[in-house]
Structure formats: C-alpha cells, structure tokens
Design a protein around this ligand. Structure first.
Ligand code: FAD
Length: 427
C-alpha cells in the first residue's frame, strides 16, 4: 500500500479504527460500484443515515449512463451530456475510493482493492452491474466488438464507435441489430435503440434499412413499439422474432455478417450485437451468483442468498419480475440502505416495496413508458396486482395521442434529469 493511500485510509478511519471512534459510528457501510444502484445507495445513505460511515468504491473516474445513450445514436445528445463525476457525492460526505475491487472476502468482511489495500465493512452493498457473455454468440469476442459494437455497458467508446459507423454508412445501407433472450439489461433498451437509429436513418439516409434479429418472440412495450415503427418508420424497420428465425448464433466480423439458428446469413454495413449477459465478475468470483450467472437475493431485504451482510442490487441480482433497469437499481438501493441501517441499529427491516418506470423515446416528441410496483416477500418478488401497465395505444388515445406522447417524452427527460442529479449528488 502506498504511504499516501495508507494516510488516506488512516485519516478516514478505514485502516484501524480506534474503538472510541467506532463506537460513535452506527457502522461502516461500503458500497461497491458507482452506477445507478451504487451511486443512489451512497446518496441515500449519506442523506438519510448520518451516523453511517459511507464509502463508495468505483473503478471509473466518471460514469457514462446507458440511459440516453440511444439518444446519442439519434444525434440528439452528446456523450458529455450523459457523463457524470463523483464530486457531488464526495462534497456531501461520501468517501469515494477510486479503485477496482479485486475480491470480496465475505468471511472476514473486507474488500481487497486492486492496489492491495483492504477495506473492512460492517455491511456491504454491491451494485457492480453486468458482464457480457463473450462467446455465447459464436465469434463474438472483445476483438469482434471493435467491428460490431454492442454499446451495452457504460463504455463511452462503444456508443461513439456505433454512431461513427452509422454516419459512415452508405445511403441505402443496412443496419443489423441482434437482440438476446431474457434476462438482460434494460428489456425495452434494444427497441428504443431501433427507434433512435431509425430516427437518424429517416433524416440522414432515408433509403437505409434496419433489420433487428431477436432471440425471442415477445418484448417489453411491444404493441407500442410496433405501432411506432409503422407510424414513424415505415419501410425502414424490419423486426424478426425467434419464430421467424431471428435468433443469431454466430457472427463473422470480417464479413460483417451474422448467422441465424437455421442458417440464414444477414450482412450489414453496421452490425450492433447485443450479446447475452451475466452478473459482473466481482460478484461471480465472490460466489454470489448461481448457475444462471446472476445473484440470488432475499427479496424482502436484497441481501445475498449466498453470503451474510452483503446486499446485491441492480442488474447483477435476480429480482424478476422487476426488470433490470436503472430505476429499479435505484429503488433496490434505497431499500437495501434502509435494511442495512436497521440491521446495524438492531432493528427489524422495513417492509419491501420497490418501484420501476422505464421510459423510451421512440421519435421526436414521442415517448412511451411502462410502470410497475413490486413487493418483496420472504418467498418471492411479486408485482402488486393492478399497480402498473404501459402507455395507452394510439388508437385508444384518439385525438389526444400527440399531446400524450409529447408529455411522456417530457416526463422521460424529467426522469433522467432527476435521477442523475440524485445519484451524483448534484442537487
Ligand atoms: C441502451 C440502454 C438504455 C437504457 N435505458 C434505461 C432507461 O431509460 N431507464 C432505466 O431505468 N434503465 C435504463 N437502462 C438500464 C440501466 O443502464 C441499468 O439497469 C443500470 O445501469 C443498472 O445499474 P447497476 O448499478 O446495476 O449497474 P451500473 O449502472 O452498470 O453500475 C455498475 C458500476 O460498478 C462498477 N464496477 C463493476 N465492477 C467493479 C469492480 N470490481 N470494482 C469497482 N467498481 C466496479 C462499474 O464501473 C460501474 O460503474 C438502459 C440500459 C441500456 C444498455
């Protein structure tokens, strides 16, 4: 450990906390991952549990959100406008440690950081997100992703590469997108992406086509997306589900070609492969994932089903029927913090209610959404009957349709603004 780092940890009480100082703390809450779940947890813990000692460990200096990445593809946003730093959280008293976590020692209740330092915790909240399953689609590895970008993890470069490829695409060219089976990050995300790419093509390359090859037959907000493709992008968007041989099993980056289950070969000028996914490595290495690659949790507290004193939240955990969304991760975060604080204070955890809303932009002044409220019980996570639903279809809205869609697009922007301000301690 460097002297600087030792001095930092000693100054913050993390290295060897004197008994007196410890007694004044309600406990050491360490949060792994500064994305939607982790940053939200840090903010909520700092604001609502002032006696907790809150440390956030994140490997990146800045965080580029996946939400609104599709708007970068449409040319409506730039990457800088969806990228945030951790100064706001630090200014609010969150101890931000910029390090990669090499290992979680659940037995000794410590994290081992990449620089060799150890970080002890009383309670750990992990929100490390996802990894891509390289090789699950034959031929799709990290080298292939340079030619056939996924744009599916907060990797600024990937969205930028995809956008540049779209700009370089010839008029009359083909954009191919491959979509995985459930579960995966952001169930409506690929379909919002279809819309945002189509919006760009309609404007910049009106003779181009987008072919989406899907490993499943049904998807989130399907009737609304399909209405929008017919209304806004006729002749541009073609979607093929699994029963129409849409499942892609192989890619050939050199030929910019993908191959389906039954041998159809589809070539694209741009090929966007969204591969199958799993919980991020740090969670799998810690033994927190099951054979599915995702982490089972107790729905009433978001505690790991596999290790004590650890909550696993966000995309990495199994919280179905909740979707893997940023909104859901933030909702898990608030409940996990409340449960951690209660447990450290020797109290019972509060009742578990979680929320989700996923907005999608589908065209100019045209937004749609899906909403759900969920209850975590010792047996399962369940949607509260009658609590949610999707936006009405255009036919049902009649002459109010345009105004309704315009308002939903505004609500989407409001949601993005408020969740990012909350997560990053901006206001
Ligand atoms: C195209 C697209 C559009 C989307 N749109 C929406 C939307 O409109 N609304 C919505 O609610 N959701 C949306 N999502 C989903 C949303 O991005 C995810 O659900 C959300 O990011 C999950 O939060 P998380 O905290 O689990 O993971 P992340 O936000 O990915 O955060 C994980 C963090 O952990 C860090 N980390 C991982 N391992 C380590 C380690 N070993 N050491 C240190 N740090 C580590 C990572 O660097 C990262 O910062 C979208 C996703 C995509 C791909």
């Amino acid at each position: 450990m460097t002297i600087q780092r030792r001095a930092f940890l000693a100054a913050t009480g993390l290295l060897a906390t004197p008994r007196l100082a410890r007694a004044q703390q309600a406990g050491r809450l360490v949060i792994l991952g500064g994305g939607f779940g982790g940053a939200s947890a840090a903010r909520f813990a700092r604001d609502h549990h002032p006696r907790l000692d809150v440390t956030l460990v994140e490997r990146g200096a800045r965080f580029t959100t996946c939400p609104y990445g599709n708007l970068v593809l449409a040319g409506r946003r730039d990457v800088e406008s969806i990228t945030f730093g951790y100064e706001g959280l630090a200014a609010r008293g969150v101890r931000v440690v910029r390090q990669s976590v090499a290992a979680v020692d659940a037995g000794r209740k410590r994290l081992r950081l990449a620089d060799g330092a150890e970080l002890p915790y009383d309670r750990l909240i992990m929100s490390p997100g996802i990894d891509l399953r390289w090789g699950a689609v034959e031929g799709y590895d990290e080298a292939a992703a340079a030619r056939m970008p996924h744009g599916w993890i907060p990797a600024l470069q990937q969205v930028t590469v995809l956008r540049r490829q779209m700009e370089a695409m010839p008029e009359g060219g083909v954009f191919v997108m491959t979509i995985p089976d459930n579960p995966f990050r952001c169930p409506p995300g690929p379909y919002e992406r279809i819309c945002m790419v189509a919006e760009y093509l309609k404007r910049a390359k009106p003779r181009a086509k987008l072919i989406a090859l899907d490993a499943k037959n049904g998807f989130s907000k399907q009737p609304l997306f399909q209405d929008a493709w017919r209304e806004l992008y006729p002749g541009i968007v073609e979607w093929r589900g699994a029963s129409e041989d849409g499942r892609v099993v192989r890619v050939r980056p050199a030929a910019m070609e993908v191959e389906t289950e039954f041998g159809d070969k589809v070539k694209g000028d741009v090929v966007n492969v969204i591969p199958p996914q799993m919980a991020a490595r740090v969670a799998r290495d810690a033994g927190l994932a099951d054979e599915s690659g995702w982490c089972p949790v107790k729905p009433e507290t978001m505690e790991s089903a596999r290790a004590p004193d650890i909550h696993v939240i966000g995309d990495a955990c199994i919280a179905a029927p909740m979707p893997k969304s940023g909104f859901a991760a933030s909702s898990h975060a608030k409940h996990a913090v409340a449960c951690a604080a209660a447990s450290l204070a020797g109290r019972e955890p509060p009742a578990a209610t979680y929320f989700n809303t996923c907005y999608s932009h589908v065209g100019p002044d045209y937004g749609i959404s899906i909403v759900g409220v969920y209850r975590g019980t010792p047996q399962r996570m369940e949607e509260v009957p009658g609590s949610g639903g999707i936006s009405p279809r255009t036919a049902a809205l009649g002459e109010r349709a345009a105004e309704h869609r315009r308002l939903e697009a505004l609500y989407a922007d409001g949601w993005y603004e408020s969740i990012t301000r909350e997560m990053f301690g901006i206001a």
